[in-house]
Design a protein around this ligand. Structure first.
Ligand code: NAD
Length: 498
């Protein structure tokens, strides 16, 4: 049973949490972990325990991979016509939409997100699932290859069992981005959600069952990184692996997959820049950037964490930013006026506060102090205020990923100077360029070394437009684009000499 739970929630969510300890989902069955170990997931907004969750052990991971293997071979899922498979996946999307309120509440509680942000994540899941399900109908699975003296063709098949390890910041949305192309292509999957935020993925298992998706096609094994995650990453029964998280753990996962020669896709961290030229409308640019850097309490891989401002408008921009940042309403997820919730855990809160301290010690100018704060009635929540630092691009807070609502401000003169500072980062996920001069903005956007460049906006995700990182931010293809679907099909050539 749950230990403590201070906040009133809907009867459906209450009943779901009341099933604590929540089970693994393997081969279409809800199971306890071998050894009956559990871990706790907390409400970061109140510090209360939401639920105990079964902690999958290596044997459970093995059982999940075996179940996915059996479903790949035996359930017809892989052989099924894309249209037929699409009926199941659209049904799942329908169910996610029908359970939107419940999923929104679960996601908001588990991550600490304001309700509208959590709702957007849930809606995005079903949109992603529908996008890839439709795309699957328009891909050619057999293509002739025109070569002399041979009859030749390429045939595309699903790979088999695909593993997924997800982080805690967008549990449901990222699950959608990851698993939708794999499932639509006919693969079977094993998901390890983050231990801090496993709840929405566990709720999804019910909808998978209700949608009639054959048992074993989708398996969910919650657990800790060093045990459950590691056991999945090194499992020789995988055909593909996808990891979303930090570069440090990405390396470990890639090494483990490399030993088994399992192809791996990594979506990693970032240190995104916003390059702001002096012709922008300052107020509206500040508004959008404050929105970007406080979204999900700054715990967004591609957030705008370095703001490079052209020197002639720097002071004005800084003042306007401070004023706006001070007004960000910090609160509990179900308060309609909340713009920013808590950090996801005390560990993450300490990491953010630690970076403020380290940055200051290295000589950063503190433009806005930040620090821990309290929300009335939620004394134990992991709340922090937004902060702003400025100074040298070499400062630790300007170089490393803080993963919090902390932009580092830098002044630049020329386009080349800005280009040099942005590209000095070892990361390469996403940057934005802000200017009324679209020729300049486009020029700059193309020069910046990253998987994504946005113009006059930050955090832009569109189904059909690939989203990927380069360098320290990732490898292996990215998500959201049509190519991601093809990544989940292995190509085979069939040739007959004439
Ligand atoms: P993390 O790397 O600590 O954990 C990610 C996942 O890996 C979790 O499920 C965790 O349990 C698991 N894990 C931990 N140790 C493991 C191990 N030894 N073997 C296998 N799995 C293990 O990351 P996090 O703190 O959950 O998330 C924050 C990071 O994720 C940030 O760096 C952020 O930028 C990145 N991120 C990237 C994207 C993207 O699309 N590029 C999206 C979201 C988050």
């Amino acid at each position: 049973m749950r230990a403590t739970y201070a906040t009133k929630c809907s009867p459906t969510v209450e009943a779901f949490l009341g099933e604590s300890p929540l089970s693994l989902f393997i081969g279409g069955q809800w199971l306890s972990s071998k050894g009956k170990k559990t871990f706790r997931t907390l409400d970061p907004g109140s510090g209360a325990t939401l639920a105990e969750v079964h902690d999958a052990q290596a044997e459970d991971v093995d059982a999940a991979v075996q179940a996915a293997r059996q479903a790949f071979v035996g359930s017809q899922w892989a052989q099924m016509d894309a249209r037929k498979r699409g009926e199941y996946l659209h049904r799942l999307a329908d169910l996610v939409e029908a359970h939107k309120e419940t999923l929104t509440e679960i996601e908001a509680l588990d991550v600490g997100k304001p309700r509208p942000q959590a709702q957007w994540d849930i809606e995005n899941f079903s949109a992603t699932l529908r996008y890839y399900t439709e795309l699957a109908l328009h891909v050619s699975y057999r293509e002739p290859i025109p070569v002399p003296h041979h009859e030749a063709r390429t045939v595309r098949h699903p790979f088999g069992v695909c593993g997924f390890i997800f982080p805690w910041n967008f549990p449901f949305l990222l699950a959608g981005w990851g698993i939708s192309p794999a499932l639509a292509a006919g693969n079977t999957i094993v998901i390890k959600p983050a231990e801090d935020t496993p709840l929405s993925t566990l709720y999804l298992t019910r909808l998978v069952k209700e949608a009639g998706i054959p048992d074993g096609v989708v398996n969910v094994i919650p657990g800790l990184g060093e045990t459950t995650g590691a056991a999945l990453a090194r499992h020789p029964g995988l055909n593909r692996m996808s990891f979303t998280g930090s570069p440090e753990v990405g390396r470990i996962v890639a090494e483990a997959c490399g030993r088994n020669l399992v192809p791996v896709k990594l979506e990693l961290g970032g240190k995104g820049a916003a390059v702001i030229f002096d012709d922008v409308d300052i107020e509206s640019t500040v508004d959008k950037l404050v929105g970007a850097v406080t979204l999900n309490t700054g715990q967004v891989c591609c957030t705008a964490s370095r703001w490079l401002v052209q020197e002639s408008v720097y002071d004005q921009f800084v003042q306007c930013s401070i004023d706006r940042m001070k007004k960000v309403h910090i609160g509990y997820w179900n308060d309609p006026s909340t713009e920013m919730g808590p950090a996801v855990s005390s560990k993450q809160m300490d990491r953010i506060l630690g970076y403020l301290e380290k940055g200051r010690k290295e000589g950063a100018e503190v433009l806005l102090e930040g620090g821990k704060t309290e929300v009335p009635g939620k004394k134990e929540g992991f709340y922090i205020k937004p902060a702003m630092l400025a100074g040298s691009a070499e400062n630790v807070a300007a170089r490393e990923e803080i993963f919090g609502p902390v932009p580092f401000l830098l002044k630049f003169g020329s386009e080349d100077e800005a280009f040099d500072v942005v590209n000095r980062s070892p990361y390469g996920l996403a940057n934005s360029v802000w200017s009324k001069d679209l020729e300049r903005a486009n020029r700059m956007a193309e020069r910046l070394v990253a998987g994504n460049s946005w113009i006059n906006a930050h955090n832009v995700f569109v189904h059909g437009v690939p989203y990927a990182g380069v360098n320290l931010s990732g490898m292996g293809g990215g998500v959201l684009g049509p190519q991601t679907f093809l990544d989940y099909l292995r190509e085979q050539s069939v040739v007959r000499p004439l």
